[in-house]
Design a protein around this ligand. Sequence first.
Ligand code: PLP
Length: 402
Amino acid sequence: MAPQTAPVSTVETMAGPIAGPVYLDYNATAPLRPEAKAAVLEALAAPANPSSVHRFGRAARALASRARAQVAALVGAEPKRVVFTSGGTEANNLALRLAIRQGGAKSLVVAAIEHDSVLRPARLLAAELGLPLREVPAGSDGIVPPAAMAAALDQAPRPALVALMLANNETGAIQPVAEVTRLAHAAGALVLTDAVQAAGKIPVDLAALGCDFLTLSAHKLGGPTGAGALVLRDDWTPAPLIAGGGQELGMRAGTENLSGIAGFGAAAEAARLALPMEAPRLATLRDRLQGLMLAACPKAAIYGAVVHGGVAARLPNTLCIGLPGLPAETQVMALDLAGVAVSAGSACSSGKVTPSHVLTAMGLPEQAAREALRFSLGWATTPEDIERAAAAWIALADRKLK
Ligand code: PLP
């Protein structure tokens, strides 16, 4: 569980300062930003149903509109094309259904490194509706080659729905979405990009990407859990995933989660404003962490550490690193005991001892895919956190070497 306030590496006590836990699992959930917390509390302070006509309803509507504009600004979209959902998972499901039901998609071409919230509904829908589905693997650099997507599209009945995430949650590898969208559109396909991990960490511009559907999640950028969005490039007539009242462009019925939405908006704005300073700051910290680890465990050594997706463009906050011979679950537990919180693979699959499907889709052997750890940094990460995390991991690697 992520702490609800900014994790601090040093806590003042009566006995003097003591070291607190180091939280480096931002790709699972980022700690709530103070701006988001204030917006959540503001939204909770009064009865807040944006559909009500009276003053309370109007105030609630104003909060939702502000959040819609803040979220739209993060990805260069029009506010009226933002559909709030319960998170990234629901947004991905909604986009897939919309593409099939209204967009008439007759086949699915998805990257094999997609998050389960794309892969699993794609497999379910394909089986349910008898649609051909192709899962396109990545190269060893973590990038899905546009030529491989094009080749899969060539074989797919038209129109197809193409899904390629903007940045991978495990390796941080940034995908060639604009290029794939261009060639997909030329083949009459619709394109979904899951920007859940990219938003707030690198600039995201829906118009430049050109994709038809873009999805977001509040808790990955310092907002509350349980809020997300499907952002549309064009006008789509309502085709509800959840039927009921006409909320959220008629696509997603139910009284809005206003506190979640308000917190999402505030987090999106804070992340957007901080991005020009934060991205280089985090890249420096991540590179320092990686450098310390590789220096202690050079690749040439028997137990040399391996960075996955490290040669390609990747998110500034993410480091995926394997330590041969030591299962990731063991590393996670040992680091937790040492006060450092990280993940093995994606958060949704942690707890299971299955190898990461992302790393196997990059061609890694199962064994290596079971040994990779993900360190992910964010807005409250300090240089001290990095020194402590590196020292804890190096101590673990040293024990392995003995
Ligand atoms: N997409 C990606 C790339 C993710 O990393 C995640 C969460 O791990 C999701 C989607 C799901 O988002 P949510 O937790 O808001 O449902």
